[in-house]
Design a protein around this ligand. Structure first.
Ligand SMILES: NCc1[nH]cc(CCC(=O)O)c1CC(=O)O
Length: 337
């Protein structure tokens, strides 16, 4: 892990000097998607940046992506990175200085546009998924649902793991941003519960009066990059890079480096039936779990490997290689994206 030259040796003076060169007006344009969750994330990052540089003004630039506009099945959108393209373009063309992404939505099978870097990964928030029950539901635990009960999710990773555990549930596809999914949970009455990510739910202010069940990672292995906000900018803007780097969490960077190396090795993206979760063990090793599922959850391949923190990328590549040796590519090919 490289040290932060600015924060460790140079102190604020050096940061201020860099920022004077690149942000003389102390204004930073921060691009984000426009959903309530994305806006909350951008507000959070703006607060963190102004805590580093109190005289900074952050202008939030809302960008609607093709993924946001698409109402149909995400799988049919074809072009991967549908939630990123327009934001990448804003950075590359200089319409924005930095952007906030849920790392989970950044595909592993297409390279970042040249010149763009993730200058900070914020400390990982809750990686777990949660089940949210409709208002007035008599249930508060998925285990108690009667056979055939409908549960909503658009994620093949969640569907596969739910069905592995409860093959008798009826998993319904539900799309849209988290707010609209929650609204439909009550208004449609089609599903008894939804499965969402806990930190995403927290960012939009929680589930209100609905019952919420946290799902253990042993039962629901998270998506690669779950719960991590990544701040992206152009590598040309040294001052901006250094400013954003002050927000980077080195442990999170190690964990997502391993997870994303695994995702790349599997040529996967956020809609692939892939789960992966890297943590640091009590004795300081990196632990990485990788899983690839068939759509219906009937079959899966799994491995769990460890390595030293200096070998995060190699660990991810190794886990992908083990999964591929166990047949991951055939399983992924059976689930069109
Ligand atoms: N694809 C939408 C998306 N992207 C990131 C999150 C959750 C927040 C996160 O993992 O950072 C969500 C919503 C969800 O999965 O319920």
């Amino acid at each position: 892990m490289s040290a932060h030259p600015i924060t460790q040796s140079g102190g604020r003076g050096l940061l201020d000097r860099y920022v004077d060169q690149v942000l003389p007006e102390r204004k930073l344009r921060l691009a984000t998607r426009t959903s309530p969750m994305a806006r909350a994330q951008a507000d959070h990052v703006a607060r963190l940046l102004t805590a580093v540089l109190p005289d900074l003004t952050v202008d939030i630039v809302g960008i609607e992506t093709s993924g946001d506009r698409w109402q149909g099945d995400l799988a049919q959108l074809g072009g991967k990175g549908a939630f990123l393209k327009e934001i990448d373009r804003a950075l590359v063309t200089g319409m924005a200085d930095a952007a906030v992404h849920c790392l989970k939505d950044v595909p592993g099978d297409i390279p970042l546009p040249p010149g763009l870097v993730f200058a900070a990964y914020l400390p990982r928030q809750d990686v777990r998924d949660v089940a949210v029950f409709r208002t007035g539901s008599p249930y508060h635990d998925l285990a108690d649902l009667p056979p055939g009960t409908r549960v909503g999710t658009s994620s093949v990773r969640r569907k596969a793991q739910l069905l592995r555990w409860r093959p008798d549930l009826a998993i319904e596809r539900i799309r849209g941003n988290v707010n609209s999914r929650l609204a439909r949970l009550d208004s449609d009455g089609k599903v008894e519960a939804l499965v969402l990510n806990a930190s995403g739910l927290a960012r939009i202010g929680g589930a209100g009066d609905r019952a919420v069940q946290l799902l253990d990672t042993d039962m629901m292995c998270p998506a690669i990059g779950a719960g991590v906000l990544a701040i992206q900018c152009s590598d040309r803007d040294t001052g901006i890079v250094e400013l954003i780097r002050t927000l980077d969490d080195p442990d999170t960077r190690l964990h997502v480096t391993a997870e994303r190396a695994m995702l790349r090795g599997l040529q996967g993206h956020c809609n692939s039936p892939i789960a992966g979760y890297c943590t640091t063990t009590a004795d300081g090793q990196l632990s990485l779990i990788g899983m690839v599922f068939t759509r219906e959850g009937g079959q899966f391949v799994y491995t769990h490997e460890w390595d030293t923190p200096g070998r995060a990328r190699e660990l991810g590549e190794y886990v992908a290689a083990v999964l591929n040796r166990k047949g991951a590519q055939d399983i992924i090919a059976g689930s069109p994206h």
